[in-house]
Each structure stands twice: as C-alpha cells, then as structure tokens.
Ligand binder design. Sequence first.
Ligand SMILES: C[S@@+](CC[C@H](N)C(=O)[O-])C[C@H]1O[C@@H](n2cnc3c(N)ncnc32)[C@H](O)[C@@H]1O
Length: 277
Amino acid sequence: MHVIRITDLEADGLSDYARLTDVALRRVTEPEGGLYIAESTKVITRALAAGHVPRSVLLQEKWLADVEPLLADFPDVPVFVGEAKLLEQLTGYHLHRGALAAMHRPENPSVAELLKDARRVVILEDIVDHTNVGAIFRSSAGLGVDAVLVTPRCADPLYRRSVRVSMGTVLQVPWARLPEWDEATALLHDAGFEIAALALADDAVSLPDYAADAPERIALVFGSEGDGLSRTALAAADTVVTIPMLHGVDSLNVASASAVVAYALRVDREHRSADLD
Ligand SMILES: C[S@@+](CC[C@H](N)C(=O)[O-])C[C@H]1O[C@@H](n2cnc3c(N)ncnc32)[C@H](O)[C@@H]1O
C-alpha cells in the first residue's frame, strides 16, 4: 500500500477532496474532473466490486487496517493519512464514517444499450435533492427496476450523498443521462417503451387500473420535488398515471412515489426468465 502521511494540504491529488460539502462546487468539479467520492469502507468495497478504479484514498490512521485488504490490487494508489483536524479543514466536515476514496467515474452505458433488455425503467426529471435520487435508486434496485435514466439537469447519482443514501445501489443499477425530451422520446419509443408520466391530474389513469393491464415495456417518469413534471415531459408521455391519495394529502414525496409505482408494476421475474428461455 502506498501510504502518504500528510501534515499540510499541498500533496498532489488532495484537491479531489476539497470542500466536499459545497454542493454547487462539487456538482461541477466531480463530473468534469471525471471523479466521484466513495464514503465509508462499505461503499468503497461496493465500488471496487462494481469494477470501479480508485484514484486515491483519504483517512485517519485508525482506519488504515480496514482499507489495506481492499487495496491489494492497487498497490500504487496513494493512501493519504492525516489528523482528523487537517482532513476536516480539507473536506469541510468531520470524517466519522472512516475512509473516503476518490474514484475514477466510470463511463455510463448508452441509453439505447440500457433499454435493450429492460422492461421497467425509471426516469428522473430534474430531481434536485441528492437524498431523493439515492432513495429512488435503492427502491429501484430492490423492486426490480432494470435501469434509471436522468434528465440533463437532474442531480448527480454519483454525488456522495446520493451514493450513501442509495446504500451503494447507484453503483449497481445501470443508469445514464438522457438527452433533451424530443430526442429522449424517440429513443424510448424506438426501443418499444410506453412512456408513463406519474402526475396528479384529474384525467389520469389510476395506478391500480394501469397495473391491471400494464404494457410490456414501461418508462416511468417522475418529476421534481417542487413543481412536478414539466409540460414537455407531460407532452412526451403516452399515458399519465396517478397514485390515488386519501385524507386530503395531495402528493407523495417523489422517492416514496417511485417505490409504490415500482412495486405495483413489478415484473414477475420467474415468469420473465421462463419467457426468455
Ligand atoms: C412531490 S411530487 C411534486 C408535486 C407537484 N406539486 C405536482 O403537482 O406534481 C414529485 C413527483 O412525485 C410523483 N408523485 C407524487 N405523488 C404522486 C401521486 N399521487 N401520483 C402520481 N405521481 C406522484 C410525481 O412524479 C411528481 O412529479
């Protein structure tokens, strides 16, 4: 293991960890710099299992033994070790979860590739909150969604908080960024998908009715926390589906809505494998 003990913040590579709590800054620097941050030994383990490659690791001395076996295949990757105060000065927060790893951001599959064998995909339109993005990946993984597609302005699934809230499932569920709606619609229709917008509308089909006769391939589109779906997304949809609400509650949080819908429209996996035989 290539351990570098640091007493200041001058070493090459440390800038990957600068101001991790500054979302506006990290939103730009991480994708443009081709990196993302894996936080905690558990997430680093998942990232490595997914075939992702570390650029470096940052930790306090006490976590070194936990990380050593993980890096057996990466003897040249710098492992920066420093005092808690120094690391906090660099990152902007106290690293109570143990190690951080700066990872090379893997290339996403193309949208067409993702759609090829999928039957249920979730589309996130301009979701702002990284917690919601992470939670949606987690339920998508657990409820059998084949892929997640995010619109050009949707929050980054690989931002530290999304990765953490997703319990690492953003490293597991295939995902890609969509082009703008006109191009995205064509890609989805060409792959045989019905586009179902999830929205609150009087003339929408209720989820139980839709699930009773669900199409073979569905792209489920969810809107942002404040305004919901854009007019363009609604215009691109073949169907508008609504989850009936009780007790005067007008809507669900988007992550809750996605879990309800994914469960209602889940594909019978045994049936599916029989189909494919
Ligand atoms: C918090 S809601 C946005 C509420 C927004 N005021 C609206 O009118 O759409 C975020 C997203 O969750 C989904 N959603 C939440 N509750 C829903 C429901 N009862 N039926 C269908 N979709 C729902 C929609 O995709 C919505 O865009």
